[in-house]
Design a protein around this ligand. Sequence first.
Ligand code: FES
Length: 258
Amino acid sequence: MTQREENFPALLERLRPECERIIAQYEQKRSALLPIMHLFQEHEGYVSAQAMNAAALMLDLTDAEVEATVSFYTLLYRRPVGKYMLQVCRGLACSINGAEDMMAYFREKLGIGHLETTDDGVFSYEEVECLAACDKASCMQVNLDFVYSLTPHAIDEMLASMRSGAYSTPPMAQSEAPGRTWAVSQESDIARGKKSSGAIGVPLPNNAGGVGDRSGIIMLDHIIDHDVEFFTKTSERAVVDSRAVVEVAQEEASHAGH
Ligand code: FES
């Protein structure tokens, strides 16, 4: 049993009143799942199997229901991660504003790739889908705090201040040393009997876009390659559609008049 596993029962009792306070805020117990998972992640640095099981018991859910929810979100980590989780947006607006260069810069500076953690356990790195801050592209989250308008200079300063412990966003708890990746492999789930062998070779549904996916760049390339056709078609459709809406409205009005 690891030290973290040994410490878990005491942690659970310490967090139980807070969990009960959260649960009381909702009409349905199950609605408290995400905030409770965030609470455990805050204290353990990730969402452990014990935390998921404890949540299932508190919320009258099955382990499978809890894991299905936790595995859906890139905000929750099912394996130990670095003290700083760096999640860089690879969406369309960020790609237009230089995200691919920023991602290459991070990879070079950290010596790791998508879904990987540095050997010293300080940094984890992930390229994620649109963070809904497109007006401040290119952007990222550090331990879920937003950082906007990335430049190589800003990245250098950020990494240096994280290494020196002076960065404004505090490091995450780290109850266990992280491995090279926090991705849960399909094979290990199959070996533990948590997935059927039919899942072999099937892409992971919870890995947004898939490892190495460049969805923003692909969309951007598509727009650039077909720009005239794309915009003409879109504007033509807008004209036709709006005309159709007016015609339907007029027709309905004339029927109503009779
Ligand atoms: S595309 Fe990056 S925040 Fe939307």
